[in-house]
Design a binder for this molecule. Structure first.
Ligand code: C5P
Length: 201
């Protein structure tokens, strides 16, 4: 059985949590596509050239915990505007989406560019303040020394760049179902997402 779930949305809206829970519920594989851009961003911070780094990306590069820092997130959003970087990553994502047994991919352009024919498309969003607060708790929980204002500024800057870029900007697909998680608990958001996917299976 092949079924693709596309989950897009801005930074820290809850896509990761929802995607993992949906994948676990249906027994699908999950790919956090942000990790691809983060892995390229991390290589660029270490001195690599972005397009070459994207073309040479290896799936083991995605398993690095150091990809979860705000500095890498910023670098990721900077290299994500480069058309050749994006096209170098398309094949890996589409192969993952087409695997037998079902797949959930979360990112910014899954429903619009990577998997326009996905069986279910969700666009998960929340206010910038809510998203910053959640990311702040996550980062400080890991012991990172950062302020809420810094996290909010980071989230807003990345969103603006993701929304305004020319190639594959962050925008809901016409046929995506919107979930605003601002006033939802994690359990409510997950339940809603599962219901939407179930109705399309
Ligand atoms: O989702 P995450 O915050 O890990 O993504 C990091 C950055 O990678 C985003 O800000 C965005 O610029 C880029 N990205 C993208 N397309 C995707 C996933 C992530 O451009 N499908």
């Amino acid at each position: 059985m092949m079924f693709t779930v596309a989950i897009d949305g801005p930074a820290a809206a809850g896509k990761g949590t929802i995607s993992k829970a949906v994948a676990a519920h249906f027994g699908f594989a999950h790919l956090d596509t942000g990790l691809l851009y983060r892995a390229v961003g991390a290589k660029v911070l270490a001195g690599a050239e972005p397009i070459a780094a994207a073309r040479a990306l290896d799936p083991v590069d995605l398993e690095d915990d150091s990809l979860r820092t705000p500095a890498v997130a910023q670098a990721a959003s900077e290299i994500a505007v480069i058309t050749e970087v994006r096209s170098a990553l398309v094949d890996f994502q589409q192969k993952f989406a087409g695997r037998d047994g079902g797949a959930v991919l979360d990112g910014r352009d899954i429903g619009t560019v990577i998997c326009p024919d996905a069986g279910a498309k969700l666009f998960v969003t929340a206010s910038a303040e809510c998203r910053a607060e959640r990311r702040f708790k996550e980062l400080t929980g890991k012991g990172m020394d950062i302020t809420l204002d810094q996290v909010l500024a980071d989230v807003k800057e990345r969103d603006a760049r993701d929304r305004s870029r020319e190639t594959a900007p962050l925008i809901p697909a016409d046929d995506a179902v919107l979930i605003d998680t601002s006033d939802m608990t994690i359990d409510q958001a997950v339940a809603r997402a599962i219901e939407i996917v179930q109705a399309r299976l």
